[in-house]
Design a protein around this ligand. Structure first.
Ligand SMILES: Nc1ncnc2c1ncn2[C@@H]1O[C@H](COP(=O)(O)OP(=O)(O)OP(=O)(O)O)[C@@H](O)[C@H]1O
Ligand SMILES: O=P(O)(O)OC[C@@]1(O)O[C@H](CO)[C@@H](O)[C@@H]1O
Length: 305
């Protein structure tokens, strides 16, 4: 079973308008309210791929009810821990450029945390735990690290989508895959990239520091996969970008869901790329039909053997 953990889900309130003027009343041309949060997005892709998974995390208030109902309607297996405080609302503004306003998140009590841990008490070596997204402010910085220790103790694999110090702390525990985007990777090593070779060198360094696979996403420029033996690159297919929020989560979902079935890193990369682009070309997280439309357009090249 794959468990996704979204500590800090959100209603993503996506608004579109031709131009935004700060300090004025702006009238919206189109709005949508979507259940969001990085782990939840991963679960939606896993469902598309018919990969058994369970969405865990904390959810509360009227916003939490909206998310639970929307996800149940989509057929997701959700075992969220109920909290007293309201789940946040994140605003995604699509105007001249994309701007995101993400809330800090609700208060989560220690009793609620204990209830959440119950959901992880039966982990086995066949499981994968995917942790994505920000921590709510009331949780300790060690929250993900503590879950990783539980996963390791059970012999389960884990994936964590994080950056900076939090990532540094988790690499020695050998995550199945890490997926920095090229900007996050440059920031992580306090450097700037001038070529694809620079990006690959940084990715290889991350592999040496403990990751089993390194996926580097580069938005409209495609992605790289670094394995212990090979480096692969794929350009992104061209298409009409509607809402790239969740493209990175979709890439993780595509990779992890396919790896669970095949243990084939290149096939997993292919699905990861297709799911990322399919989401970028959709209003919400991609559907199976959109992923199937994009898959034949993915062309993976071997960069080094
Ligand atoms: N404009 C685009 N055109 C085609 N494919 C895209 C586009 N944006 C993203 N993708 C696909 O999705 C993958 C992940 O996107 P991206 O690099 O933006 O991840 P991210 O920075 O983690 O994004 P986010 O945080 O918004 O989810 C890319 O590697 C690419 O395969
Ligand atoms: O504030 P966080 O937890 O870092 O990110 C939350 C979020 O921006 O991530 C998803 C896209 O990746 C959205 O659905 C959601 O609003």
């Amino acid at each position: 079973m794959i468990y996704t953990i979204t500590v800090n889900p959100s209603i993503d309130y996506v608004v579109q308008l031709p131009h935004m003027t700060l300090g004025s009343v702006n009238r919206l041309a189109h709005t949508a309210k979507l259940p969001g949060g990085k782990g939840i997005n991963v679960s939606q892709i896993l469902n598309d791929l018919n990969q058994p998974n369970r969405a865990l995390g904390f959810i509360g208030g009227f916003t939490g009810t909206f998310i639970s109902e929307a996800l149940k309607a989509k057929g997701l297996d959700c075992h969220f821990t109920k909290i007293a405080d309201d789940t946040r609302i994140n605003v995604k503004i699509h105007a001249d450029e994309e701007t995101e306003l993400n809330g800090a998140g609700p208060d989560i009590t220690s009793l609620e945390v204990d209830q959440f841990y119950e959901e992880l008490s039966h982990l086995t070596a066949d499981d994968v735990v995917v942790m994505s997204g920000s921590l709510a402010p009331s949780l300790p910085d060690t929250f993900y690290y503590d879950i990783i220790q539980k996963a390791k103790a059970a012999g389960a694999n884990f994936v964590i989508d994080t950056t900076g110090e939090a990532l540094k702390k988790t690499l020695p525990s050998q995550p199945l895959v890490v997926k920095p985007n090229n900007h996050e990777l440059a920031d992580y090593y306090h450097t700037t990239f001038n070529s694809q070779a620079d990006i690959i060198a940084a990715g290889k360094r991350m592999l040496k520091e403990g990751a089993q696979h390194v996926l580097i996403s580069m938005a409209g420029d495609g992605g790289l996969l670094i394995t212990p033996d090979h480096v692969y690159f794929s350009p992104a297919p061209k298409g009409h970008v509607i809402n790239s929020v969740g493209a990175g989560d979709s890439m993780i979902g595509g990779f992890v869901g396919t790896f669970a079935k095949t243990h084939d890193a290149v096939e997993s990369f292919r699905y990861g790329l297709a799911c990322g682009s399919a989401t970028a070309f959709s209003e919400d997280i991609a559907t199976r039909a959109k992923i199937d439309e994009i898959l034949p357009l993915i062309k993976i090249e071997t960069v080094t053997k």
